[in-house]
Ligand binder design. Sequence first.
Ligand code: NI
Length: 152
Amino acid sequence: MATRGIVKLGEDILRRRAREVTEFDARLGCLIDDMFETMTKANGVGLAAPQVGILKRVCVVCVDGETKFELVNPVILKESGSQVGPEGCLSVPGRNGYVKRPKKLTVQAYDRYGEKQIYKIADFEAVAFCHEIDHLDGILFIDKLYDKRTDG
Ligand code: NI
């Protein structure tokens, strides 16, 4: 395993749509391991592959320091409720802001072995999933800032 450099705001790759993963090989496993290590070292709770310069639909999430999610080709199947909370991003250092997200999610994703998984998650974990899945479509949290002075 190794840490990888984190791409920062201004780099074009953060704004592009990532490609579906079609090969569930050792290289994918290595990317996922490296992403977990990079995220942990940077004290992050999630990381998407474009943030390490790889334009593939892969992200990792771990909000409690224990439960590790690896999401390959993730798709949100269902969402309900809403919550507004502060977010930051390892690619946008020094900035935080409030974003409105669903309260609960059902997400389908593949693991590194190509096994389909279904995750039912809520609260901050749901925030992290949404934030990382957005990265795969070139969307950053600063695009969705929620103005607390309005009902938006
Ligand atoms: Ni981010």
